[in-house]
Write a protein that binds this ligand. Structure first.
Ligand code: 7PJ
Length: 276
């Protein structure tokens, strides 16, 4: 299956690695080290060399408790990075945003995919995505980043998330955004307890009947920190195990900080699948 990302084709017949490039000064796991265009470009070159076929550019930190970012600030962070990466490198650029104006300017500057942790629920976002006609990743989150970890609760985790996806897919189709352009992400760590996160990992294949590609992001997340009592710089092995389980559970794209190591892990899985 090939996904058309504003002219660049993304082959999803094998799991792909999406590298995370944060251009936020407060992002929790890299402390904003890649703030600035040169740093983002250097990071992009390395990630592509290491096997990433998609780069996810984000200018808004969505970690629990993070402050809101103004439209102007978000644009100032992401647009120069997208322009620089898009003009030099052959890669699908994903814009990690919930703001319609950022979606529009990002796609005009070279982004080919929208990654929205709020699943196009902000005012104007659905219409912007429908106008732009690029693929969109709809992520599930219970609550809002500031408060989502206070008391997450579900009747049945997978059933509730499936119902949310069905509702968002319908809203997209009504707005003129075809189902073929959608990807789904259950949103690890977004309004989920520790038990919920591991339940999602165990039950990922239950989302397959929806028939849309799955994207998952577990890289360095606190689910591993609490499981292992490890700080954020010491969660690589756990994140790789998580990526492997996601790929086995049917994820088409894994969103990660450690591209090279994740790519290696996915090649091991691909080699076993080739001889089955
Ligand atoms: C995710 C994301 C995720 C998608 C973040 C972090 C927090 N987008 N943006 N899925 N997480 N689609 O990277 O730890 O899980 S920000």
């Amino acid at each position: 299956m090939k996904l058309d990302c504003a002219g660049r084709l993304l082959d999803l017949s094998q799991p792909q690695v999406m590298g995370i490039i944060n251009v936020t000064p407060d992002s929790f796991s890299d402390g904003g080290r890649f703030h600035g265009v040169d740093a983002a470009l250097a990071q992009a070159r390395k990630m592509i060399n290491d096997g990433a076929t998609i780069l996810d550019i984000g200018g808004e930190s969505t970690r629990p408790g993070a402050p809101d970012v103004s439209l102007e600030e978000e644009l100032n962070r992401v647009i120069p990075a997208i322009e620089a990466i898009g003009s030099e490198l052959d890669v699908v650029i994903s814009i990690d945003t919930s703001k319609p104006q950022v979606m529009r300017e990002a796609v005009a500057s070279g982004a080919g995919l929208i990654n929205d942790v709020r699943a196009l629920q902000e005012p104007g976002a659905l219409a912007a995505a429908a106008d732009l006609q690029v693929p969109v990743c709809l992520m599930h989150m219970q609550g809002q980043p500031r408060t989502m970890q206070s008391a997450p609760s579900y009747q049945d985790l997978v059933t509730d998330i499936m119902a949310f996806f069905a509702q968002r897919i319908q809203a997209c189709e009504q707005a003129g955004l075809a189902k073929e352009r959608l990807l789904l992400d259950p949103g690890f760590g977004f309004g989920k307890t520790q038990e919920h996160n591991f339940q999602l990992l165990a039950r990922l294949e239950q989302f397959r009947p929806l028939g849309l590609p799955l994207l998952t992001g577990l890289s360095r997340k606190s689910m591993f920190g609490s499981l292992l009592d490890r700080n954020v710089g010491d969660r690589l092995a756990a994140s790789l195990a998580g990526a492997m389980l996601c790929a086995q559970g049917g994820a088409s794209i894994v969103r990660v900080h450690d591209v090279r190591e994740t790519w290696d892990v996915l090649q091991v899985l691909a080699a076993t699948q080739r001889i089955k």
